[in-house]
Write a new protein. Structure first.
Length: 217
């Protein structure tokens, strides 16, 4: 079995843009968005997350996610099973004001990454989704649409932009130097180690796509 620490170091080395493509390629509208536009949207979503982290920490004079959650009157709850019936996930935001964490998933990641504050990262991520809900002027991550039908004027949101922005928000709020998306490697490793390896192999392909795009530019 591949050593987890080696896998995670590899995961942490991938830039945010590669993880952005990782998120994009799991979005059902990804085929409607050309690679160059994907890249630009990823950068925009990352900037939004960074900007909102600065605004929130400045407004409340703290960057501690647990403190922010309390000041924003958010409820934090725990589930003893994965919080999504279809997927093993870490956490989710339940409007209007509840963050639900999966104890199973958090404990699994914490065991593999004892030096990281997993809970704070997850709370920070979900706080961003609360910020999206409460924004007086809807954020770009909520308003951007892509056309999903060639002949009819049907448009769909790009949900991965919210996830990319939330990861950027958590990364900047918690002052870490790796993408929180890398936590997926811990969860995958816990559930099925070979899936963690496959994900890293996919990320290497995304890196090649990014390098090709940069050469073209």
């Amino acid at each position: 079995m591949t050593d987890f620490n080696e896998l995670f170091r590899h995961a942490a080395d991938f830039p945010d843009e590669a993880w952005g493509l990782y998120s994009f390629y799991r979005d059902f509208v990804e085929k409607r968005v050309p690679l160059k536009e994907k890249y630009n949207l990823i950068l925009k979503a990352q900037d939004i997350g960074k900007e909102e982290a600065a605004k929130i920490s400045g407004r409340f004079q703290t960057a501690r996610p647990e403190h922010l959650a309390a000041l924003m009157k958010l409820q934090i709850g725990w589930s003893d099973s994965p919080v999504n019936d279809r997927l093993a996930v870490f956490a989710l935001f339940e409007p209007p004001d509840r963050i639900l964490l999966s104890r199973t998933s958090v404990d699994a990641a914490a065991e593999l990454l004892p030096d990281e504050d997993i809970e704070s990262l997850l709370i920070a991520h979900e706080i961003f989704h609360f910020v999206e809900e409460e924004a007086e002027k809807p954020l770009f991550t909520r308003t951007f649409r892509v056309r999903t039908n060639r002949w009819l004027p049907f448009y769909s949101p790009v949900s991965c932009l919210s996830e990319i922005a939330a990861m950027s928000f958590a990364k900047n709020l918690c002052c870490i130097d790796w993408s929180p998306f890398a936590l997926d490697i811990a969860l995958l490793y816990h559930l099925k180690p070979e899936k963690a390896v496959e994900t890293l192999e996919q990320l290497a392909v995304y890196m090649q796509e990014l390098e090709t795009l940069k050469r073209i530019k």
